[in-house]
Design a protein around this ligand. Structure first.
Ligand code: PMP
Length: 279
């Protein structure tokens, strides 16, 4: 299997990452995951924009020839004949003597990327737990530091669920690897974009689709109590797209089935995917 390593497509086995790579030692880096449909990247521009923003927020200089990234990922997609799947890429602050402060002069940033086929069978609904949001206050940056997310997801799995919804000061922020929406009396609710959630690309697409479908959307935080009382709850992310949450902390949401608004957004999303790369 070939991967991307600093602007070169090379065999995975030939790549070695230094023990003092700052991504490896400090989680000092950023990443993106982009869906592939019809052999084409989905919402590439939005992902790239978020990646560039994340880099800027942590004062990470983009590597030379960064503009070749899309071309290189497209090559990986074509070489591996990926019709449906995802591309992953990350950038670290590079290799330097292990000291917390940023290296001076700057180290060469390390860019790596890979593509994967979609895994079978698609997830159609999830159960979730709620858990305290113990993450730092800059989760708008898509950084490599995902330990609290991993711990929350593990807690969900151990409880027989698939996702963990974060609660900060009684309010729902997002979930361990997705954004959270609630529907009450036909109105959609989701946390506003700020430092407490990741500005999900799927979230952005869903807001557009909701607008097309003339749904009212309120971008305001809601509490855990309000979450439990929603008619419908769904999560969004790259991979799941729109996915109903039918049970939270052992309690059914609504009737415990995918609700009508979630269902209409799933259909609209499905149509968008089918058209990807064809217009
Ligand atoms: N929040 C968190 C914490 C995530 O890890 C993800 C997945 N990257 C999302 C939200 C959803 O983001 P996106 O729709 O861009 O995949």
């Amino acid at each position: 299997m070939d991967i991307l390593f600093n602007n070169q497509i090379v065999s995975r086995d030939s790549v070695s990452i230094d023990i003092e790579d700052r991504g490896y030692q400090f989680g000092d880096g950023i990443y993106e995951v982009v869906s592939i449909y019809n052999g084409e990247l989905f919402e590439w521009e939005a992902h790239l924009e978020r990646f560039v923003r994340s880099a800027k927020e942590i004062a990470l200089t983009l590597p030379e020839q960064f503009d070749l990234l899309k071309e290189n990922i497209m090559r990986l997609i074509e070489d591996n004949h990926i019709e449906e799947g995802y591309a992953y890429f990350q950038l670290t602050r590079g290799t330097a003597l292990r000291m917390h402060a940023f290296p001076e002069p700057q180290a060469e940033p390390v860019l790596t990327g890979m593509v994967k086929n979609a895994t079978s069978p698609p997830i159609t609904a999830v159960k979730a737990i709620t858990t305290e949001d113990i993450r730092w206050l800059r989760v708008d940056i898509k950084s490599l530091n995902l330990l609290p997310n991993c711990m929350a997801k593990q807690k969900a799995v151990e409880a027989g669920a698939q996702e963990a919804i974060f609660i900060r000061d009684h309010y729902v922020t997002e979930a361990s690897s997705s954004n959270v929406f609630g529907v009450k009396n036909g109105v959609l609710y989701t946390h506003p974009i700020n430092n407490l959630i990741l500005n999900g690309i799927t979230r952005q697409v869903v807001l557009r689709l909701a607008g097309n479908l003339h749904y009212k959307v309120v971008e305001e935080a809601f509490t855990r109590d309000e979450l439990m009382d929603m008619d419908e709850v769904f999560i969004t992310n790259t991979g799941l797209n729109v996915c109903p949450v039918i049970e939270i902390d052992g309690m059914l949401i609504g009737e415990g089935v995918c609700g009508p608004i979630t269902s209409s957004l799933m259909s609209a999303f499905g149509e968008l995917i089918q058209r990807n790369g064809k217009e």
